[in-house]
Each structure stands twice: as C-alpha cells, then as structure tokens.
Design a protein around this ligand. Structure first.
Ligand SMILES: *Cc1c(COP(=O)(O)O)cnc(C)c1O
Length: 423
C-alpha cells in the first residue's frame, strides 16, 4: 500500500499535489512519501512480532543500497531501524543519518583494509564476511587495532532464487558467500584467527523474490548448518536472513508474498534456533514509497505505436534497461482516455526505453507522468550519462514537502573536469 493517490483528479503524494513539486523543483524528480515508508516499517516489524529472537528481538538493518538518501535513512533511523551497508560511503551516510553503530552490519565481497578499519573504529554490530581471505585480512586489521571483529560468514546455500539473473545471489556460481559445503572448514579456520569473534551465520539469496519457497529452502539449510557448527564447538548467537522480499511492480502480475506470510515462514523455520535474528530488507521498505516524476517533452509518431518522449531517462532510472524491469506509468492528471505507446527518454541509446507497447493513460506534450514504485534502486543508481545532472529528490510528509537532494547544476558537472596544463 502506498500514499500516492488521485484527489480531485490529480495525483498526490500524501496531501501534496505532484504538479506543485514539478513546478517548484522541475522534472525529472524523485518524490518519496514518509507515511508510506513508516507504514512499511510498521508492517515489517509486525510481521516479525512472533519470531523467536533472544531477549533483544530481531535487528532490522535496512539495506542502504536500496535508497541511501540521508533524509530517508534518518526517517528509518527514527523508526528504529539499523543499516546494512556495503561500503565506507554507506557506513558514513548511515552514521550521518543517525543510525547507531551498534545497529550496523557490513556486507559485501570486496571490503578493503581501510573500510575494515573505519567499521572497527565505529564499533559496528557485525561484519558479514564472504570468503576465507577476507577473514584473514579482517583478523589482521583488528589485531593491529587491539580489537576483535564480530563476524558472521555469509553462506552461499546454492539455492536458485528464481528472480532476474542480475539480482540472483545464492547460486553456487554467483560471487557471493562461502559455499555451503566449505562452511565447516571456513569456520574452523576463522575461529583460530586471533582478531575475529566468529559468532553468526548470514544468507541472502537475491532480490525481488516473488515466492517464499527458495528463501525457506535456504533458511532450512542455515538451520542445519547452525546445528553442525555448534556440534563443532562454535558459539553461534546471530543468524542474518538477509533481504529480498519482492514488491508489486506490475498490477497484472500476482502480488508477491506479503511480509506477514514471510514472517510466518521465518517463525516456522527458525523455531528453536536460539539466536538473535537479523534482517536486511531494502526494496520492501522503500520501493512503493517513491515515484519518479517526469514531464512529456513530445509525442513522436511511430510506424506502429507512438513514442512518448519524457524528460526522465535511463540515467535517472536504470531498472528498465538493467533488469528489464516493469514500472507502472501513470498520468498525473488522467483525462480518462487511454493510449498504447512506447515510453522513452532522450538519451542516445535504444536501451533508453521505459516501456514498449504499453497500455496507459493518454498523455500529451507538457503533461506530467509518474513512474511508480521507484523508491528502491532508483535515485541511487542515477548517473550523469549524456551530461545529464543527477536527479533531485523530494520527501513529503502530510501537506509538507522538502527537497532532500538538490538538482546538481550542470556547471558543477562541467567544473569537476580539469584541463591538463598542456591544453
Ligand atoms: C541488496 C541486499 C539486500 C537488500 O535486498 P532487497 O531485495 O532490497 O531487500 C540485503 N542484503 C544484502 C547482502 C544485499 O546485497
């Protein structure tokens, strides 16, 4: 559920008409709804209310990569969420947004010594490490600082998530995690390293999961592994079940499992594990909480369907070109008529296509359109291809709104290039 609704024929973000934002800030612009973010946090928390998770309850660490805007992170921090980070930049952003260090988990296959030092000096909750060489590097860094790093190994359970190949992470050929069959040996070696406190297991098999079966299969393997690790003498006190829950993008497709069903599955599978559970949701918290607002530049007749050329492009929202992703496209002021069109941006690439042969609200030049469900993996993947400035972002609450990332002036983009002395 989201808070983007028609009122008096005009699409609003909560109580703010989208044309007000478009006129003041220009387009394209991302617009986020605080009420939607907060609702998703509440729903996710409620779904986990019944899971067994020690005395501290589950730690919900928002996957910062889904939406790292500081105002969004601060909203989530206020709601009690921690952060799952994958770089020094994300760690510093989470801290700057008020996420306490002891609610931060550091994931990722390529942590550098410098990033490890930063995270250790901040005192983060846990490192999720993904290989034996990484364990050795982290032990050396921690030892040199006189510390022991709290770690979990991310396990690759060799479960096929059944999602798009580019967001599938739990198959044995994917780069992520330690192979399930090597886990016992990896823990034995890591336990002997002086700079590590090996205390958990972690798993994350992919994103936009639309079926609970693969997650359940992965978690069942993790449960068996915890028992084996304990039998081998390791004190396992945390289990991080990752993120991955899907959100509805295409209203014609079946709705992905709701958090409540996910929570029931988790409660079932993890009963008796006797650990603190961690979760790393990203998309399910912010996906439906954001839209990309754009204006139609012109409508170009095609041999078949017309091309609706909008002022947003693949540099603003990469998901359609990267993942063949489907975003619902709506007119901000629908007039009741429909059209079938190809929706494209101005970039000089055929891949700069948001939708082909899409049945949608009829639009004309100058009209505003929204790409729905753009709050996750949207603005954060924006880039400046074709010398287009980074997309600004706006956060709405009730009838208030604020620019939470300004439109980068094109002059700043140009000034970042330096001419060498010989020109
Ligand atoms: C991307 C990622 C997540 C979040 O995935 P969502 O599908 O957005 O929930 C969680 N954990 C890890 C390790 C990730 O890489």
């Amino acid at each position: 559920m989201d808070h983007f609704n028609l009122k008096d024929g005009v699409l609003h973000a909560e109580d703010v008409p989208l044309p007000v934002i478009a006129d003041a800030v220009g387009t394209p612009v991302y617009v986020y709804s605080t009420a939607t973010i907060e609702r998703h946090v509440a729903v996710f928390k409620a779904a986990l209310a019944e899971v067994e998770s020690g005395t501290d309850g589950p730690l919900i660490a928002f996957a910062v990569k889904a939406n790292p805007n500081r105002a969004v992170l601060a909203t989530l921090a206020k709601a009690g969420l921690g952060a799952d980070v994958v770089s020094a930049g994300e760690l510093l952003r989470a801290r700057a947004a008020g996420v306490p260090a002891d609610k931060i988990v550091f994931s990722g296959v390529g942590k550098t010594e410098e990033e490890m030092r930063l995270a250790l000096s901040e005192g983060i909750f846990q490192f999720n490490i993904e290989s034996e060489p990484e364990a050795e590097m982290l032990s050396d860094v921690a030892t040199a600082m006189g510390l022991r790093a709290p770690v979990a190994f991310r396990i690759n359970p060799n479960v096929i998530a059944g999602t798009h190949a580019k967001i599938s992470t739990g198959g044995s050929e994917d780069k992520f995690g330690v192979a399930y069959d090597r886990a016992i040996a990896a823990y034995a070696r890591a336990a002997a390293l002086p700079g590590l406190d090996v205390r958990g297991v972690a798993v994350h098999i992919g994103s936009q999961l639309t079926d609970l079966g693969p997650s359940r299969a992965a978690f069942e393997k993790i449960g068996a592994l915890i028992a084996d690790l304990r039998a081998a003498g390791h004190a396992i006190v945390t289990a991080d079940l990752g993120g991955g829950l899907g959100v509805p993008y295409d209203p014609a497709k079946p709705i992905p499992p709701l958090p409540q069903a996910y929570g029931e599955m988790v409660r079932d599978v993890t009963r008796g594990w006797n650990v603190r559970l961690l979760f790393e949701p990203g998309r399910v918290i912010v996906g439906n909480a954001g839209v990309l607002l754009s204006r139609v530049i012109r409508v170009k007749p095609g041999v078949g369907d017309p091309f609706v050329i909008v002022d947003a492009a693949m540099n603003d929202l990469m998901r359609p070109s990267l993942y063949d992703a489907w975003h619902d496209i709506r007119s901000v002021s629908p007039n009741g008529a429909d059209m079938t069109a190809n929706i494209v941006g101005p970039i000089c690439e055929s891949g700069d296509t948001f939708a082909k042969k899409r049945a949608m609200d009829a639009v004309a030049p100058g009209d505003l359109v929204t790409f729905m469900t753009a709050g996750a993996y949207g603005a954060t993947m924006a880039n400046t291809y074709n010398s287009r400035a980074l997309t600004p972002e706006v956060l709405v609450t009730g009838d208030q709104w604020a620019v939470v990332r300004e439109r980068q002036p094109i002059e700043a983009l140009i000034a970042a290039d330096k001419l060498p002395p010989w020109i």
